[in-house]
Design a protein around this ligand. Structure first.
Ligand SMILES: Cc1cc2nc3c(=O)[nH]c(=O)nc-3n(C[C@H](O)[C@H](O)[C@H](O)COP(=O)(O)OP(=O)(O)OC[C@H]3O[C@@H](n4cnc5c(N)ncnc54)[C@H](O)[C@@H]3O)c2cc1C
Length: 403
């Protein structure tokens, strides 16, 4: 285990041990074996984090590259995705590569343990103050818990204290979502997403874990920061996926700071990753892939670079720049339920359009000419592809009229 240096300072201190923070610690240790890496979290692990628990294959690729090939071990692949409006249209198909559904209590603890195995030191501490000096960063300066580090990775989530400390603005677009765990319908083998047309863009999901339970939830954007009633959010699941939330327990909610097309990262010694950097897909709410990718890039820059902030910013833009511009455009287009309906029709009619849109929603795909053409074609009558069975199709007659 690499402890603090003789002067009590660390090469890299990571605040927040979610997927972004653990990935940063793993990457720093990988890039510079023997580096003194401190991982701080206000919670003890294992800990819960309200989430849909859907892990895209891209996230598992990043983790495998960091020497953690088994983050989803024991949780079966979920290859099928069904998405659309409860009254139709609906698109369903096999994803190019399956996702996994791993409760965050398990997933995050596995990543923390892997980071510790690589030498990172885990300490329970809620960071309350930050001082950025010319040659180092102090966390909780002047207290018995003071930490001095050459570089700090801010992986402290949606309400990031460090983001505010380095003067970065609050996220421009924020959503709020609740999740619960419900008994999964017998034979459930697809991730199901049902879009709403009220309080747009809103959607409910049911993601089978593979152990007889499903992660179910509902989210919608916050308008002018106004609080949302938890009861109404839970009702959103029932409204869009009737029955899916029956018998659900452990309802919890959390904010989602949505990406707005450009990851912002100042020069200097504090690197923002994951939710602290507002890296959540504005169309699908997926954030775990971005968290581990940004964490791994920041960890590498923190361990190696003379000017870590600028180096990390360039790495982030080269990996995600084109993709984030595309998700921003897709978010603007999908603000109209009619256009999203056209996209669903386009995906239902053409498996390649389906694949392109899934890659945009879960990975780092861009809006391809083929996908755009599919959306345009979808603006006409539904060509094909709407399932006659399944959670969304089964309810088509009971819900709103088709778009
Ligand atoms: C209901 C819901 C459903 C979602 N579903 C999905 C999904 O299915 N798939 C997907 O990919 N994404 C999903 N997301 C998004 C995903 O949960 C986040 O993008 C992801 O958790 C970001 O990881 P992170 O490491 O940046 O932050 P977090 O996972 O939030 O971790 C931040 C850590 O920082 C710690 N911390 C915070 N402040 C301090 C402090 N001051 N000092 C010390 N420690 C601190 C916290 O305890 C926490 O452990 C969902 C989000 C919500 C709310």
């Amino acid at each position: 285990m690499a402890d603090a240096g003789r002067d009590g300072s660390w090469d890299v201190a990571v605040v927040g041990a979610g997927p972004a923070g653990s990935a940063a610690a793993l990457a720093a240790a990988q890039a510079r074996p023997g580096a003194r890496v401190l991982l701080l979290d206000k919670a003890d692990f294992p800990r819960d984090k309200p989430c849909g628990d859907g892990i895209a294959p891209h996230a598992l690729d990043v983790l495998a590259g960091l020497g953690v090939p088994d983050a989803a071990a024991g949780y079966p692949p979920v290859g099928r995705l069904e998405l659309g409006f409860p009254g139709g249209p609906v698109a369903a198909g096999d994803m190019a590569r399956p996702a996994r559904v791993v409760p965050r209590r398990v997933f995050d603890a596995r990543l923390v343990a892997a980071a510790q195995e690589r030498g990172a030191v885990l300490r329970r501490q809620q960071v309350r103050e930050v001082a950025v000096l010319a040659d180092r960063v102090l966390l909780d300066p002047g207290t018995p818990e003071q930490v001095a580090a050459r570089v700090v990775v801010a992986a402290d989530g949606a309400h990031s204290l460090l983001r505010r400390a380095v003067g970065m603005p609050a996220p421009r677009r924020v959503a709020f979502a609740v999740r619960g765990y419900a008994p999964a319908p017998a034979g459930a083998a697809a991730q199901v997403i049902a879009f709403g047309t009220a309080r747009w863009p809103s959607y409910a999901w049911s993601f089978p874990i593979g152990d007889g339970w499903a992660n179910v939830g509902y989210g919608e954007p916050l308008v002018d920061g106004a609080a949302l009633s938890r009861r109404r959010l839970v009702e959103g699941v029932e409204e869009l996926l009737p029955g899916a939330g029956g018998g659900a327990r452990d309802w919890r909610g959390h904010h989602l700071p949505l990406s707005t097309g450009r990851a912002r990262q100042p020069d200097g010694r504090v690197l923002l990753v994951g939710d602290a950097a507002s890296l959540i897909n504005p169309v699908t709410g997926e954030g775990i892939y971005y968290a581990v990718l940004s964490g791994s890039l920041a960890g590498r820059a923190a361990a190696m670079a003379e000017e870590p902030g600028g180096t990390y910013r360039r790495l982030l833009r080269s990996h995600l720049g084109a993709h984030l511009r595309s998700t921003d455009a897709a978010a603007a287009l999908s603000r109209s339920p009619r256009l999203l309906g056209a996209a669903v029709r386009g995906a239902a009619a053409d498996a390649r359009v389906f694949a392109d849109l899934v890659e945009l929603g879960l990975g780092r795909g861009v809006l391809t000419p083929r996908a755009l053409a599919g959306v345009l074609r979808g603006a006409g009558p539904l060509a094909a592809g709407a399932p006659t069975a399944g959670p969304l199709a089964a309810r088509r007659t009971a819900r709103r009229a088709p778009l």
